[in-house]
Ligand binder design. Structure first.
Ligand code: FAD
Length: 305
C-alpha cells in the first residue's frame, strides 16, 4: 500500500460510524459476481460520515468512486486501485404526508413496496429493478416510460468538498438513463412527493410489471441487466437479435437467448470475458448498421491492485 493511501486510511479510521476494509473482493458486491479487490473499501454509516469520507478522500487525490448495489457495474478482474465508498449502511427511510424520503443505500425495491403499502403512486412500475436509491437516481433507472425521476421532488447531495445540500429534481439535467448528478457529487438521500392511489390497484400494477419482467428477461444467472442503451427510436435488443448475436459467447459470458441486450454468465467467467463480448457485439452492430452502441452498464476502467 502506498504511503498516501496508508495516510488516508488512518484519517478515515477517525471518522465515526465508518467501516473500513482492505482488499475487499468486489465480486462479493456486484450482481455479475465479478471484479477483483478494492484497495480500500469504506462504508459510512451516517450522512455526516459519508460527507467526511468524501471530503477526506477527494482531498487525498486518490482515485475513488461510490457504489450502491453493484447491479450496473463491471469492474476489472485486477480490481480497483483506490477507494470504493459503499452506501450499503445508509438504509434509513420514512413516509409522511405523501412524501417518501430515503437514504442512498436503501434498496429501490424496498421503496417501491413501501409506496404500494402506503397507497402512493409513481414508483410501482419500477418493481423488480434491483439496486439502491443512489444508483437508481445516478442512472435514472426505469422501464418502459416510467423512471425514478417521475415523482422525484429533490435530491440530497454531498459535493467533493463535503458540503451537503438539497437540489430540486428539475434542476438536475436528467434524461434517458442519466440522472445529471454533478460529476464527483454523491447522492445521500432523495425525496418523492407522490399522489394517492388504492393499494390494491398499485399491487396489481406491480404484479403485472414483475410478470412481464419474468417473461422477457433472463433470471437466475449473474448479469447487470441491459448492456447497451437504446439508440434514439431503436431497441438495442432488437438490433442485437437481428444481427444474430443471441448465444454469442466469450468464455463463460454469453448473450442471453431470452433477451439479446443482456449478457449473462453461464459458467466460470471473468470480467475480461464480459468486456470482450461487449466489444465484439458493439463492433458487429456498428459494422452491420453503422450505429455505435453506448453501454448502459458502467465499465470501470482503472489500474488494478
Ligand atoms: C436483473 C437486473 C435487472 C435490471 N433491470 C433494470 C431496469 O429495468 N431498468 C434499469 O434502469 N436498470 C436495470 N438494471 C440495472 C441496475 O439495476 C440499475 O441501473 C440500478 O439503478 C443500479 O443501482 P445500483 O445501486 O446497483 O448502482 P451501482 O451498480 O452500484 O452503481 C451504478 C452507477 O451509479 C453510481 N452510483 C451508485 N450509487 C450512487 C450514489 N449514491 N451517488 C452517486 N452515484 C452513485 C455508481 O458510481 C455507478 O456509476 C437491472 C440490473 C439487473 C442486474
Amino acid at each position: 500500500m502506498s504511503p498516501s493511501l496508508r495516510l488516508l486510511e488512518d484519517s478515515l479510521r477517525s471518522v465515526a460510524d465508518t467501516v473500513i476494509k482492505r482488499l475487499e473482493p468486489l465480486s462479493l458486491h456486484t450482481s455479475f459476481r465479478l471484479g477483483g479487490p478494492s484497495r480500500l473499501w469504506v462504508e459510512p454509516g451516517t450522512l455526516t460520515a459519508l460527507a467526511a469520507v468524501v471530503k477526506g478522500t477527494e482531498a487525498s487525490g486518490i482515485q475513488w468512486m461510490v457504489m450502491g448495489g453493484g447491479t450496473n457495474l463491471l469492474f476489472p478482474d485486477s480490481g480497483f486501485d483506490g477507494v470504493i465508498i459503499s452506501t450499503i449502511r445508509l438504509q434509513r427511510y420514512s413516509v409522511s404526508d405523501r412524501v417518501i424520503r430515503a437514504e442512498a443505500g436503501v434498496p429501490l425495491a424496498r421503496i417501491v413496496t413501501c409506496s404500494i403499502r402506503s397507497g402512493l403512486a409513481g414508483l410501482t412500475e419500477l418493481a423488480g429493478i434491483p439496486g439502491t436509491i443512489g444508483g437508481a437516481i445516478a442512472g435514472n433507472a426505469g422501464v418502459q416510460g416510467h423512471d425514478v425521476f417521475t415523482p422525484l421532488r429533490r435530491v440530497e447531495l454531498v459535493d467533493r468538498d463535503g458540503t451537503i445540500r438539497w437540489i430540486a429534481a428539475d434542476e438536475l439535467d436528467h434524461g434517458y438513463r442519466q440522472g445529471g448528478i454533478p460529476s464527483g457529487s454523491v447522492v445521500c438521500a432523495a425525496e418523492w412527493a407522490m399522489e394517492p392511489d388504492a393499494p390494491d390497484m398499485l399491487r396489481a400494477r406491480a404484479r403485472a410489471a414483475l410478470k412481464e419482467r419474468s417473461e422477457k428477461q433472463p433470471s437466475g444467472e449473474p448479469s447487470a441487466g441491459c448492456v447497451f442503451k437504446n439508440p434514439a427510436g431503436q431497441s438495442a435488443g432488437k438490433l442485437m437479435d437481428e444481427a444474430g448475436l443471441k448465444g454469442a459467447r466469450v468464455g463463460g459470458a454469453v448473450v442471453s437467448d431470452t433477451h439479446a441486450n443482456w449478457i449473462v454468465l453461464d459458467g466460470p467467467a471473468t470480467s475480461k470475458d464480459v468486456m470482450r463480448l461487449i466489444e465484439f457485439t458493439r463492433k458487429r452492430i456498428h459494422e452491420s448498421t453503422g450505429i455505435l452502441l453506448e453501454t448502459e452498464i458502467v465499465l470501470v476502467r482503472t489500474a488494478g491492485v
